[in-house]
Write a protein that binds this ligand. Structure first.
Ligand SMILES: [Zn+2]
Length: 89
């Protein structure tokens, strides 16, 4: 999974912040030692609201990322339907 950038709305000051959500990355333990790394837990950046310094909850950010992704997919499906309808298929 690639990092996802979402628009996170602060529940305290309602300011929108672009937040990059990094999913969990499993450890790599094979191959040359210099290529190995431990598992990295998912994280978010930035972790605080730039406006009021409220901490951004990873779970909430992930939820919003999923919702925004679902919305984007739904919007794309709608567009595709409209396009086919316009073509008179
Ligand atoms: Zn805030």
């Amino acid at each position: 999974m690639k990092p996802t950038t979402i628009t996170w709305t602060c529940p305290h000051c309602e300011r929108d912040t672009a937040v990059t959500v990094h999913p969990y990355v499993p450890a790599r333990v094979s191959g040359p030692p210099e290529d190995c790394y431990p598992a990295q837990s998912g994280g978010i950046y930035p972790a605080h609201c730039a406006n009021c310094d409220a901490s951004i909850d990873v779970g909430t950010a992930l939820e919003q990322a999923n919702e925004q992704e679902a919305d984007a997919l739904a919007a794309r499906a709608d567009e595709e339907c409209d396009r086919r309808r316009d073509e008179g298929a």
